[in-house]
Design a protein around this ligand. Structure first.
Ligand code: NIG
Ligand code: FE
Length: 396
């Protein structure tokens, strides 16, 4: 493959398989076009069509007959933190259960870190993601848990991430031990007032040991009143009330969805709320995987995301999520690729990313493989040839 990156327009030629995620534009649900070319201009997709008809551009990238996809949309990540918890992972792999209790360890480390250390860690992780083909990243706060620390986390996240989520209600911090209701009230009032200007989304960890339905509702409704849109950590460890609350509040996404009742599945299927599945968490906590097939067969919209964080899943690989979703969650390769791109865009209520129609943001992943199937077919193998984010080449 060859590439040059100067100039304002780039033509990607000789594309063996172009995944557009525009069902009308090509074969199957991924809208696959063969023998295609794609032109990037001023940060957006300016043209797609048969390679033989491609217009000239300032720069050219020869895809050498391989696959080109929309960049991955990772709609769930916790990236503003200091330290890590490798020992906790090792303990789990020798039989300990994940309870979310380790979050407080990261809170302590994060509070003690400088702005520049947090910035550098965030930059490192976003770079790691970009090199693996991820071009849109949602990033949550949630390791500060005081007004000042949460405000700082969101300010730092907003400097670098595409989407920013206020997760003051992640767990109850030591200062409020035994008083989850008091802390939820604090999050919904003083903390929200300081944090809302830096975020688009509000999230709550609705789970036994974190926040119950009433506390979660108080925080989410206050967030909505302050102009934020809701998303919910729901049904990760138990068949709790999170999914139903998310649907009731028209949340963009209910994330985890590991333990679902039939009523939860029906509620998701008859709503706009996307079920965002995070298979890296079940891998790293040795829990059963969520049942994507059950959700898809019921008619729910499914997204895949990494949930990159130092506790429940320290992986930023969307390709890994795709491979696990195909192997162990009942998804076809095409469904998993859709969920990691267009599904993530739906979970963020974004129409400019996750697909490659003319006018979409030029977030493009050129694979070093003939087909999107290879993402699941060759697990663990690096297959990224080049990545563009808003038309700027960020990898390859
Ligand atoms: O999405 N479940 C709650 N929060 C994170 C884990 C955070 C941590 O363990 O540090 C999650 O899994
Ligand atoms: Fe999470």
């Amino acid at each position: 493959m060859s590439t040059s990156t100067t100039g304002t327009s780039t033509v990607i030629t000789n594309i063996g398989e172009l995944v557009t995620n525009e069902p009308g534009a090509g074969e199957g649900p991924l809208g696959v076009r063969r023998g295609a070319a794609l032109v990037i201009e001023d940060g957006v997709v300016a043209w797609t069509g048969p390679a033989s008809e491609a217009p000239a551009a300032d720069a050219a990238f020869d895809a050498a007959g391989r696959a080109v996809l929309p960049g991955f949309v990772d709609s769930h990540a916790h990236l503003v933190f200091a330290g890590e918890r490798a020992e906790e992972f090792a303990a789990r792999m020798s039989g300990q259960k994940y309870t979310g209790g380790g979050i407080r360890t990261t809170v302590e480390r994060t509070r003690g870190a400088s702005d520049d250390d947090l910035r550098a860690n965030l930059r490192r992780l976003l770079g790691e993601m970009a090199r693996q083909g991820t071009t849109t990243v949602e990033c949550k706060s949630g390791y500060g848990l005081t007004v000042e620390q949460e405000e700082r986390a969101l300010r730092l996240a907003a400097e670098q991430a595409d989407e920013v989520t206020f997760l003051g209600a992640h767990v109850v911090p030591v200062e409020y031990d035994g008083d989850a209701s008091g802390y939820a009230r604090h999050v919904a009032t003083d903390m929200l007032a300081a944090c809302a200007p830096h975020a688009r989304w509000i999230d709550v960890f609705c789970e036994r040991g974190a926040f119950d339905a009433d506390q979660a509702r108080e925080v989410l409704e206050a967030g909505i009143a302050a102009g934020l849109a809701p998303r919910v950590h729901a049904n990760q460890l138990t068949e709790g009330p999170g999914v139903r609350l998310a649907v009731e509040l028209d949340a963009a996404s209910a994330d985890h969805c590991t333990f679902l009742s039939d009523a939860d599945v029906d509620a998701l299927a008859s709503s706009r709320t996307v079920a965002t599945l995070l298979p890296g968490v079940e891998f790293s906590t040795r829990q059963p995987y969520p049942d994507a097939r059950r959700l898809l067969d019921a008619g729910a919209t499914v997204a895949l995301a990494c949930d990159c964080n130092p506790g429940s899943c320290y992986s930023s690989s969307m390709a890994f999520c795709i491979a696990v979703a195909v192997r162990d969650m009942g998804m076809t390769p095409a469904e998993a690729v859709w969920s990691a791109t267009a599904g993530g865009a739906r979970a963020l209520r974004r129409t400019d990313v996750g697909h490659l129609a003319v006018g979409a943001r030029a977030d493009v992943l050129a694979l070093d493989a003939a087909s999107h199937i290879h993402l699941a077919y060759r697990p663990g193998v690096p297959q990224v040839a080049a990545v563009w984010k808003a038309g700027v080449q960020v990898a390859g």
